[in-house]
Design a protein around this ligand. Structure first.
Ligand code: B3K
Ligand code: ZN
Length: 885
């Protein structure tokens, strides 16, 4: 397509062009006169020339600001002494050390982008990462400028009774005119992206934590008064996180108070502002009646994630935004191991890998593929990706696997000590681990530099005479945009060998003199191909490769369905047991797709059926694991396994398989459902969650039998339950069956919960992912419902996002209606909130993987977006990269 009429081409930022900041800020005094339509900000900055730089003009970032005045060392600057444009303020001449006073005005109630200071409900709040602070005042808005902030807030006491910022509260007072003021001081130097301010009429729930050195920390959660019953779980999670970080990483909290605020309008999950985390209400508020087990679980992990940032991100921060994974990859890895420690480690690993494979592998194989440490970006907001977060976490996890638990702790201790109060790079992180362990990770660092998912192929050879077993490992990595040829990775491959009874076998390598002690060993693949030869192997083993998913690679290991069935039943590594089952299901389902294409009669593999039956009958196995093992791969993931995704074939095959399994194993599903149905008061713990997940899984299979009695069962479950986990599971199943019961259930649910935003979003989501043919029409109708507001990101994600991402059969409708719908919404959203618009575009990431007709339709929608005037940099960057694919 000719993009020459696309007017704007925002500029690209390159890692190679990094330069240290010319001026540093030693102290920032901020004064806010708060008002929702016009807030005045007086910023006083004590600045000096960076000794590592050389003198020159002083450039400050600033966007969408009304500049009122500038004083340099107390003297008002005239218009000719500075220059302002839409992105910055430049003062031509400044001394080596100086004080700037800048007065600006901003308009929180007009801020629909939700970046900077904005108005949400009855609140004023901020979001500054990555580049939102420049929408509050002129400032060197980059993470390597670290400053001590003191913040004074003045506002009407009635309207804004609570006024918060980072650090500790120093002083407060009243004026005679009904206004009041507070002053917050944060002693820890921090970059501007960690600045936060909140004001509003908020309810506060308080608790305490005693740190490992005996300091008492006050914990506070601030919420809208109607949510005051929803704070307990987050507070428990916070205390669990604080304790875990002390025990596992030796990290103690460093202020007198730690605050969390819940807001309804938020672009992502939460934000780790120093001492004042701001959360999307959906990621912090929960009661058993309104939140599902998944919500409880996610909240626990997000609270932990943001808390852990206090060290991995805040005390030690990023030099520049190319280093984003320094804090995000590491912190995700930390929150994943926290969740694994507190809940079921096997389930946590399965969920993490599922997420990685379905989202990150797709990103890595598509037009936006980028390394964990990218080299360039147009809009940094587009780089808060699954690659930076989830692949970044896998990279840190591999480092831990390579140096061992103790070595890793030595490494992180050194990292935190060495770089406390600094803004550093991923290289600095790796260097600390190397230095603490005397290891060389130079080849390993390619994981940060090269994009794309490596492929690991496995061949085996057994010599019965010599009793030797060879494992031949080979790696390759596909080209990605801008990276044609890849160098070899250093891949840790965890392996076990199983005999025919499923017992672990000894794993002594030919070059070793003593036997290896252990059931799993980690092999380092550093060449293109390497052979590992095991000796004293008394029978031909089945190799269990990539145990625990020891590296983020695509495994190419041609096991027969019979071998997969064996591993599914017998592997001693729970992750690989689940994974073998998934691979078996994929093989079976893709064969059915093939039969559908050839119009053959369909049948379900008896081998798979008997394996599933065995799993369902296994009372010893953790019910949570049973539920995972009985869950078919998603349609999206199946699509990614085909050279050309056959949307309808996959949908039909999966529905067919599900129904066959349901019919064949109905008595078992029935029995387990009933045995798990004992009434018990809701509790959030691994055991009860496991029971509920298996119970709901059984119900979903029973519903797939099309037996009308099962709908009655769903209704009954919805009636008797005390929790949202079971209520929503029932509703979800009913929403897939047309008829008056469905409409009645939806109406009743809404009537009961319309006052609760978190629940209403679930109500929108279940309808967006419905299998019924008129789903798009219903989604469009729901956009006009009182429950939907396009300015609210949670509403957009619940309805539009769920439809486009998790309803493939309707989103990819052959007539292109799904694509046109998405394009229309993106153009509307881009004017309101570019970050949310750009996120929605992600639904078209894999557009080249569909048949030519669908590609044409998707391309037309992309072009329609690309040719729009005044596109945001966010959407511009993604749409042009997609079209270039
Ligand atoms: N650091 C924030 C994400 C900010 C996103 C800015 N567009 C939340 C987190 O990862 O903890
Ligand atoms: Zn984070």
């Amino acid at each position: 397509m000719d993009l020459s009429n696309v007017e704007q081409s925002p500029k690209m930022t390159l890692l190679a062009n990094y330069q240290v900041p010319r001026y540093l800020v030693d102290e920032a005094l901020l004064h806010f006169d708060l008002d929702k339509s016009k807030t005045r900000v007086i910023s006083t900055l004590k600045m000096r020339l960076n000794p590592e730089s050389s003198a020159g003009e002083c450039v400050l970032d600033g966007e969408s600001l009304d500049l009122i005045s500038i004083k340099l060392d107390g003297k008002l600057l005239s218009d000719s002494e500075y220059e302002v444009n839409s992105k910055s303020l430049t003062i031509a001449e400044v001394p080596e050390q100086f004080e700037l006073e800048i007065i600006t005005e901003i308009h929180p109630d007009q801020n629909t982008a939700l970046e900077g200071l904005y108005h949400s409900g009855r609140l004023l709040c901020t979001q500054c990462e990555a580049e939102g602070f420049r929408r509050i005042t002129y400032y060197p808005d980059r993470p390597d400028v670290m400053t001590v902030f003191t913040v004074t807030i003045v506002a009407d006491a009635k309207q804004w009774p609570v006024m918060l910022s980072n650090g500790n509260l120093e002083e407060q007072g009243q004026f005679n005119d009904g206004r009041h003021w507070v002053r917050w001081h944060d002693p820890h130097p921090k970059p501007s992206y960690l600045f936060a301010l909140v004001a509003g009429d908020l309810y506060c729930q308080q608790d305490h934590f005693r740190t490992m050195n005996g300091r008492d920390v006050t914990l506070r959660i601030y919420v809208d008064p109607e949510n005051k019953h929803k704070c307990d779980h987050a507070l428990v999670s916070l205390k669990q996180s604080m304790k875990w970080d002390e025990e596992v990483y030796g990290r103690e909290y460093d202020l007198d108070v730690f605050m969390i605020v819940a807001v309804n309008d938020f672009n992502m999950g939460a934000m780790e502002n120093k001492g004042l985390n701001i959360f999307n209400a959906a990621c912090v508020l929960a009661t058993p009646e309104t939140a599902t087990d998944d919500d409880f679980y996610t909240i626990q992990s997000i609270v932990a994630h943001e808390y852990f940032h206090n060290w991995s991100g805040n005390r030690v921060t990023c030099r520049d935004w190319f280093q984003l994974s320094l804090k995000e990859g590491f912190t995700v890895m930390r929150d994943q191991s926290f969740s694994a420690d507190l809940n079921s480690a096997a389930v946590q690993r399965i969920d993490d890998v599922n997420g990685l494979r379905s989202m990150q592998f797709a990103e890595d194989a598509g037009p936006m593929a980028h390394p964990v440490r990218p080299d360039s970006y147009i809009e940094i907001s587009n780089f808060y990706t699954v690659t930076i977060y989830e692949k970044g976490a896998e990279v840190v996890r591999m480092i831990k696997t390579l140096v061992g638990d103790e070595g890793f702790r030595k490494g992180t201790d050194l990292y935190f000590d060495r770089h406390d109060g600094q803004a550093v790079t991923t290289d600095d992180f790796v260097k600390a681990i190397e230095d603490a362990n005397s290891v060389d990770l130079s080849q390993f660092k390619r994981w940060y530099e090269q994009a794309g998912t490596p492929e690991l192929s496995v061949k085996t050879h057994y010599d019965p005479v010599q009793q030797r077993f060879s494992l031949i490992l080979r790696q390759s990595c596909p080209a990605t945009p801008g990276q044609e040829n890849k160098l070899n990775f250093h891949i840790p491959v965890a392996v076990g060998l199983l005999d025919s009874d499923g017992n672990n076998m000894p794993m002594q390598l030919a070059e070793e003199v003593t036997p290896y002690d252990g059931d799993t060993r980690v092999l380092s693949l550093t060449e293109t191909e390497q052979t590992f030869e095991f000796i004293h192997v008394s029978e031909e083993p089945v190799a269990s490769v990539l145990r625990g998913f020891s590296a983020p690679v695509k495994l190419k290991y041609d096991l027969t369905n019979k071998q997969l069935a064996f591993l599914m039943g017998r592997d001693t590594d729970s992750f690989n047991r689940w994974d073998a089952g998934q691979q078996l299901m994929i093989n079976v389902l893709l064969e059915i797709v093939d039969d559908i294409q050839k119009q053959n009669t369909l049948a379900l593999s008896p081998l798979l059926l008997s394996q599933l039956e065995a799993v369902l009958n296994d009372e010893q196995l953790d019910p949570a694991l049973v539920a995972k093992m009985l869950t078919l791969p998603t349609e999206n993931y199946l699509a990614a396994q085909m050279p050309v995704a056959d949307v309808d074939g996959i949908h039909q095959a999966r529905e067919f398989a599900k129904r066959q399994i349901a019919i064949s194993l109905k008595p078992l599903f029935n029995a387990r459902y009933e045995s798990l149905s004992k009434q018990k008061k809701y509790q959030f713990n691994a055991e009860d969650m496991a029971a509920r997940s298996l119970k709901n899984l059984c119900l979903s299979y029973l519903a797939a039998t099309d037996d009308p009695l099962q709908m009655q069962r769903c209704l009954r479950q919805m009636k008797v339950t005390d929790n949202m986990t079971e209520l929503l599971a029932g509703l979800r199943l009913m929403v897939d069956q047309a008829g008056p019961e469905r409409e009645h259930a939806l109406r009743a649910f809404y009537e009961q919960w319309k006052h609760d935003r978190q629940v209403v979003d679930k109500w929108l989501s279940v309808q967006a992912v419905s299998k019924l043919p008129d789903t798009l029409l219903r989604v469009k109708a729901l956009m006009k419902h009182e429950a939907f507001n396009i300015k609210n990101p949670n509403n957009v994600r619940a309805l539009i996002g769920q439809f486009c991402r998790n309803n493939p059969v309707h989103f990819h409708a052959k007539d292109g209606s799904g694509y046109r719908f998405l394009a229309e919404q993106i153009l509307v959203l881009d004017k309101l909130n570019p970050q949310v618009a750009a996120r929605m575009l992600g639904a078209l990431n894999s557009w080249r993987r569909y048949d030519l007709e669908r590609q044409e339709l998707m391309k037309a929608s992309l072009e329609q977006i690309a040719t729009q005037k005044d596109l945001s940099a966010d959407v511009y960057e993604i749409v042009t990269k997609y079209l270039a694919a």
